[in-house]
Design a protein around this ligand. Structure first.
Ligand code: NAP
Length: 292
């Protein structure tokens, strides 16, 4: 397939590499061009603008950081949407607000494009290994046409209906659960440490006997080892996602008291200069508050 790919960050780069390895023809764009050079061995077209990456493609994939970044590459100067052939599909894989997803649904309808929201669960190592879980919502025919691309990037694609914003709500709810698990582990491990119980011993009991989940295992290990760099998912993006969950909840008059607390703890981390470490570094806030 002829695919345009915009956003070659921690997630986008391994995803684009997998599509190239699967034999798709990619034109790629990244704001910082040097990251695109890391794909040179696969000979993609390296575009100088988002429009350049979208021109002549059947599917455009975007994997940029947040709402403003997506609006910029899509609708800004040299934006991708105006250059995307009519009838082509735009697959937005970023974690963005349901509100922007709704606006983009209308906008694409008006310009004669199909819009699919396809946010993902899994970190860069999972992206590298083709182990992401993809939640896709949008026109069923468009999702079906993208199936070979999803299969190259993930271990499974869950279809979440025809309305794209549904996928974004599912992603935000899922990330809120992950952040809540990180917060809870951060606090529990600090309690253990203050009584001289090594985090690894506590994790063995918690994950080995009680919860048995890849989430507790993987994040528990990062927290037990206090290994927050290099970041798989940057803490500033974790804060973004909790904020997005709170904003989406506010729209429908839904309090999320735990999310509010976690947002404040992320802000404490940012105030300490920790925005670029992994978002599991939230546990450092619990440790610092306990004098560790
Ligand atoms: P990242 O490493 O920070 O990369 C962000 C990407 O967005 C880079 O390509 C960056 O370009 C681009 N970008 C940022 N601001 C831009 C702007 N104003 N205009 C144009 N391009 C801009 O982030 P990531 O971890 O790959 O995350 C990408 C998306 O996936 C986010 O929505 C994130 O929430 C989601 N996600 C991440 C993970 C994870 O574990 N990392 C997991 C699931 C979902 P430059 O290279 O020029 O900075």
């Amino acid at each position: 397939m002829r695919v345009g790919f915009i956003g070659l960050g921690s997630m986008g780069l391994p995803l684009a590499r997998r599509l190239l390895q699967a034999g798709h023809k990619l034109s790629v764009y990244n704001r910082t061009r040097s990251r695109a050079d890391q794909l040179k061995q696969f000979e993609p077209v390296i575009a100088d603008s988002p429009a350049g990456a979208a021109r002549g493609t059947e599917v455009l994939i975007t994997m940029v950081a947040d709402d403003p970044a997506l609006e910029g590459v899509l609708l800004g100067e040299q934006g991708a949407l105006a250059a995307l052939p009519r009838g082509a599909i735009h697959v937005s894989m970023s974690t963005i607000s349901p509100g922007l997803s709704r606006r983009l649904t209308e906008r694409h309808r008006a310009t004669g494009h199909a819009y699919v929201a396809a946010p993902v669960f899994g970190r860069p190592d999972a992206a590298e290994a083709g182990k992401l879980w993809i939640v896709a919502a949008g026109p069923a025919t468009a999702i079906e046409r993208c199936r070979p691309l999803f299969d190259a990037m993930g271990q499974g694609t869950l279809a979440a209906g025809e309305e794209p914003a549904r996928a974004n709500v599912i992603k935000l709810a899922g990330n809120f659960l992950l952040a809540a698990a990180i917060e809870a582990m951060g606090e529990a491990f600090v309690l253990g440490r203050k009584y001289g119980i090594p985090p690894a011993e506590l994790l063995d009991v918690v994950n080995g006997r009680l919860f048995r989940s890849p989430i507790y295992e993987n994040y528990g290990k990062l927290i037990a080892d206090q290994r927050y760099e290099p970041a798989g998912f940057k803490l500033k993006h974790g804060l973004k996602d909790v904020r997005l969950a709170l904003a989406a909840a506010e729209e429908v008059a839904t309090p999320l008291p735990l999310a509010s607390l976690i947002r404040d703890h992320y802000l404490s981390a940012v105030a300490r200069g920790w925005q670029e470490i992994d978002w599991s570094g939230l546990a450092l806030v619990a440790a610092a508050d306990a004098g560790l």
